[in-house]
Design a protein around this ligand. Structure first.
Ligand code: PEP
Ligand code: MN
Length: 250
């Protein structure tokens, strides 16, 4: 996951909110397989009545997909059991907004040798977020912070993207930081503009939800962008990145 930690690179991680089927990833990679695939296998959903992820079945699926395609997997660890189950297939551990404060889980994942994307809890201050990152051994070399929107008084979108935090962290700390414009806005039509703003403000990369048939996504359908939109965004980021002294990696 060296690209994700590099100050000279702007790295795009993309994929579905949830892993759904082999066919889904075949369609996703139909024209082009990319380097960093995000796909939730264990899902932490606000409602227990919604899709909770393929879980153990998803791990078997990823094993097969890794034989077919050359990608690194970014996926969320939600518990000790999920960590153990995911270890054979996971390349970068994602800690979700709901678990940023789960210090015992942070201590557990600290024992692995994986890179960790630490999402900001939706009500965490920057100070709390950075302190949480310090639960990870060798955090300077392993933790990538991820700004994914915070709760504010604004109710017209899912969250409020705090680009201040990105600029602040780049100016005042040595952490790498990426932005998730999908969960920040909750709306696919806003994602490309927020992605470009993230590059301009100094972020080191993006985590974006995409799907071959966005409206049919098992989770977070409204914010998933199509593969075509992802390709267009990729072209724009490739053109823009050098203006911000970054090399675009995809
Ligand atoms: C996700 O990335 O699908 C996710 C659940 O994100 P968050 O923890 O930021 O809500
Ligand atoms: Mn999601």
């Amino acid at each position: 996951m060296k690209d994700l930690m590099s100050k000279e690179k702007f790295t795009l991680i993309s994929g579905p909110c949830s892993l759904e089927s082999e066919n889904q990833i075949d369609k996703q990679f139909e024209n082009n397989c990319w380097k960093y695939l995000r796909a939730g296998i264990y899902k932490l959903r606000s409602s227990p009545h919604t899709f909770q992820g393929l879980r153990e079945e998803g791990i078997e699926l990823i094993k097969n997909l890794k034989k077919k395609y050359n990608f690194s997997l970014v996926t969320e660890v939600v518990s000790e059991a999920s960590l153990e189950a995911l270890l054979p297939v996971i390349d970068c551990i994602q800690i979700g907004t709901r678990n940023m404060y789960n210090y015992e889980l942070l201590k557990l994942i600290s024992k692995t040798d994986k890179h960790i994307i630490l999402k900001r809890a939706f009500s965490a201050t920057i100070f709390e977020w950075i302190e949480a990152a310090k639960y990870i051994k060798d955090y300077e070399d392993r933790v990538i912070l991820c700004e994914r929107g915070i709760r504010s008084f604004e109710a017209s979108m899912r969250n409020t993207l705090d680009l201040n935090a990105v600029a602040f962290i780049k100016k005042n700390t040595g952490f790498s930081i990426i932005v998730d414009p999908s969960h920040a806005s909750g709306n696919r039509y806003l994602v490309p503009d927020l992605a470009k703003a993230s590059l301009a403000v100094g972020a080191d990369g993006l985590l974006i939800e995409s799907h071959y048939n966005p409206d049919e996504s098992f989770s977070d359908a409204k914010q998933a962008i199509s593969i075509n939109d992802l390709e267009n965004l990729k072209d724009e980021l490739d053109t823009l990145s050098p203006y911000f002294n970054k090399e675009f990696v995809y």
